[in-house]
Design a protein around this ligand. Sequence first.
Ligand code: THU
Length: 131
Amino acid sequence: MAVSDPLVVAARAARRRAVAPYSRFKVGAALETADGIVITGCNIENATYGLTVCAERVAMFTALAAGHRKFRRVAVVADTAAPTPPCGACRQILWEFGGDLEIILANLRREAGRHRLADLLPLPFDRRLLR
Ligand code: THU
């Protein structure tokens, strides 16, 4: 098996901390800052279902709360054969605070694709339109 990107390794470790008793679909995310610091997140579910927060947003909000403002890449890991891409809400949040991030999708064994966020969120609504 090829050596995994350290960001993917961090996302796999974060996935183990997922709080997903309802869906049992555990997701981990690892966000790399411009300084090379890695901040992780996991999905956190709620009995209302609708208040569930995805791993990507937990990672981004944790990073922002710690004072980080510039980001390079994010890795997303789930235990699925097909890659698990960020949902629409997460794409919007990642774009707002991370811009055109590199998105690395992986499962427990291998990488399943690399994308630019601009390709996953074409024609975004953002602050440039608030005039
Ligand atoms: N989920 C994430 O955390 N990230 C994704 O990219 C897709 C979905 C979570 C939300 C919910 O806890 C579970 O996966 C099933 O949708």
